[in-house]
Design a protein around this ligand. Structure first.
Ligand code: HXC
Length: 283
């Protein structure tokens, strides 16, 4: 996929990526480093963090891995302090760490609901508040990008804890865009459609047939590539988007809109058949 931003797009920035050791978080962290940012990758497991840091350093970037459980307020506070001690003041945050699994809602345990909501909603709030407090105290600006999902808006069967918690992150994004705009702090969210990663796919996509059905729902006819998410996130962290705040941007190949329109299934039929049918309907 093309990378056409200037190579110093994020120079001088220190970006913290939660869940940055694996999957989409790691893809974003590596990209930010290639664009000149110092990057802290945060997560629960030390091994993936060490691998992500090594990969970034191998290409000449500056990186730090910090142990952090976003479900715990004290852990987030400590992680942010450690990150700043290592690489200087944070200027950008990506709320990427997420928990999810498919479950019939009537069978969902309290612990299962708690694990997902605490990670997605509390985790995003704890990290956002921790960096926001610092920015406001120091009188510096900052940018937050939260990774949500298109079904935060539409809702979705079998992922109720994920849907409600991501909807909360959307509400936080819009609320703080109003509350913190006066400090020059911007908050935006990206709502990805299907992006195949090991972590998400193993919990959400039971088999190849389901994956193919998911692919067919996307008008652009394919899944997202991690570099496409990284490009949008880099743009939202950078000065290029300096007047953009409080927005949720769907990055889904058109999937959400195509799932809603009453006549969208016609677009999946051979176009000559559809056009002949419509011609036959004219008076
Ligand atoms: C029902 C489950 C479960 C499952 C865990 N639990 N897996 N319940 N079905 N498949 C319940 C457990 O029984 C327990 O509740 C509680 O959840 C916590 O589980 P633990 O095993 O203690 O592990 P924990 O690490 O706390 O949490 C597990 C986890 C988390 C929530 C699955 O590890 C996780 O989500 N990691 C995924 C990281 C990742 O890949 N994220 C990307 C998400 S993608 P009890 O009550 O028994 O104690 C995404 C985008 C969506 O969100 C869009 C896609 C198209």
């Amino acid at each position: 996929m093309p990378e056409r931003f200037a190579s110093d797009l994020l120079a001088g920035q220190h970006v913290l990526v939660t869940g940055g050791g694996t999957g989409l978080g790691r893809a974003m962290a590596e990209r930010f480093a290639r664009l000149g940012a110092a990057v802290t990758v945060a997560g629960r497991r030390p091994e993936p963090l060490a691998e992500a840091v090594a990969a970034i350093e191998a290409t000449g970037g500056r990186a730090f891995g910090v142990s952090m459980n976003v479900r715990e307020h004290a852990s987030v506070e400590q992680g942010v302090a450690d990150a700043e001690a290592a690489l200087g003041p944070i200027s950008g945050l990506v709320n990427n760490a997420a928990a999810n699994f498919l479950s019939p809602t009537r069978k969902l345990s309290e612990g299962g609901f708690d694990a997902i909501v605490r990670t997605n909603l509390y985790g995003s709030f704890f990290a956002t508040q921790a960096v926001g407090q610092r920015w406001i105290e120091r009188g510096t600006t900052g940018a937050v990008v939260s990774i949500v999902t298109t079904y935060a808006e539409t809702g979705s069967a079998f992922v109720v804890p994920s849907a409600v918690s991501k909807a909360g992150v959307v509400a936080m994004t819009r609320s703080l865009a109003a509350e913190w705009g006066t400090y020059g702090i911007r908050l935006n969210a990206i709502a990805p459609g299907p992006f195949p990663t090991e972590g998400a796919w193993s919990r959400l996509v039971p088999d190849e047939k389901t994956a193919e059905q998911m692919r067919r729902r996307v008008p652009l006819g394919r899944f997202g590539d991690p570099s496409e998410l990284a490009s949008l996130a880099a743009f939202l962290l950078s000065d290029l988007s300096g007047y953009l705040t409080g927005q949720v941007i769907d990055l889904d190949g058109g999937e959400k809109l195509a799932s809603g329109g009453q006549f969208n299934d016609l677009a999946k039929m051979p176009r000559d058949v559809v056009e002949a049918m419509m011609a036959g309907m004219r008076g």
